[in-house]
Design a protein. Structure first.
Length: 249
C-alpha cells in the first residue's frame, strides 16, 4: 500500500497581507479622491454659472431702477404742479393744466426685481455653493432691501387705491377726448388740453382734501425714491464686489 504525502501550500507572510490591504486601501482612497475632486469641480462650475447669472440679474435690476427713478421723479414734479395749481386764486383759468397732471397723478409703475436666480439659490439651499461669505452676506442684504421696496410699494398701492377724490373733481369725459393710444408701447397718453374745462367740483373743501391726498402721495413717493437710490448703490457695490472676488471683467 502506497502512502501519498499531502502537498502543503506555503503559508503567506503577514507582509503579503499587509501589502494587499494597503493596495486595496489606496485604490479605494484614490477613487474617493477622484470622486471628491469631480464633485468639487462640478460645484465650482455651478458657482461660476450662478455668479454670472446673478450679475445679469443685477444688471437688469439697475436698468429697471433707473427707469423707475425717472418715473418717480417725473411723478414728483406732477404732484408739485397739482399742489401749486390747487392753491392758485385763478384756478379756473388753469384747469386744463390741472386736468393734464391730474390724469397722471394716480399712475404707479412697480419695481419687479429680477430675483429668479437668488430665489433659486435660497430655496434650494444653493447659497452654500457661493463659497465667498462676504458675497453671500452682501446678497442677503440686497435681498432684504429689495423685499422692503416690494412690500412698501404694495402698501402704497393699497393706501391710494381709493380714487373717489379724483372722480369727484375731474370729468372723465375730458380725459377721454384727449386720450391717445401709443403703439407698440401699449399705453395711453394724454395730449395737452388747450382750453380750461370746468371741474366737476371746485368747492374749497373738496379741493383742500384733494391737496392733502396729493401731498401725502408726494411724501410717500419721496420715501420710495430714497430707497431706490439706496438699493441702486447696494447693487453697484455688490456687482463690484462679485467682479473683484471672482476676477470678472
Amino acid at each position: 500500500m502506497e502512502v501519498h504525502a499531502h502537498s502543503h501550500t506555503a503559508r503567506k507572510k503577514w507582509t503579503h497581507y499587509f501589502w494587499e490591504f494597503l493596495m486595496l486601501f489606496l485604490a479605494v482612497f484614490c477613487g474617493f479622491l477622484a470622486e471628491y475632486q469631480l464633485e468639487h469641480k462640478i460645484e465650482k462650475d455651478k458657482e461660476k454659472q450662478y455668479i454670472k447669472s446673478l450679475l445679469n440679474d443685477l444688471s437688469a435690476d439697475t436698468t429697471q431702477l433707473n427707469a423707475r427713478l425717472n418715473f418717480r421723479m417725473g411723478k414728483m414734479k406732477t404732484m408739485d404742479t397739482i399742489m401749486y395749481l390747487l392753491k392758485k386764486e385763478d384756478l379756473s383759468a388753469n384747469t386744463g393744466t390741472l386736468y393734464y397732471h391730474g390724469f397722471y397723478g394716480p399712475f404707479a409703475v412697480k419695481f419687479i426685481p429680477n430675483n429668479g436666480v437668488l430665489s433659486q439659490l435660497k430655496n434650494a439651499g444653493g447659497l452654500r455653493l457661493i463659497r465667498n461669505q462676504t458675497v453671500v452676506d452682501s446678497l442677503l442684504l440686497f435681498d432684504i432691501e429689495t423685499q422692503w421696496i416690494v412690500d412698501f410699494e404694495i402698501w402704497e398701492r393699497d393706501m391710494f387705491m381709493d380714487l373717489s377724490l379724483y372722480e369727484k373733481i375731474f370729468d372723465a369725459s375730458v380725459f377721454e377726448k384727449h386720450l391717445r393710444y401709443q403703439y407698440p408701447q401699449n399705453i395711453f397718453t394724454l395730449d395737452r388740453i388747450p382750453d380750461n374745462p370746468p371741474l366737476l367740483s371746485d368747492k374749497k373743501e373738496d379741493l383742500d382734501k384733494f391737496y392733502n391726498r396729493v401731498q401725502r402721495q408726494k411724501r410717500i413717493n419721496a420715501v420710495v425714491i430714497n430707497r431706490f437710490y439706496r438699493l441702486k448703490l447696494t447693487i453697484i457695490r455688490l456687482m463690484n464686489l462679485i467682479k473683484k472676488e471672482y476676477k470678472i471683467e
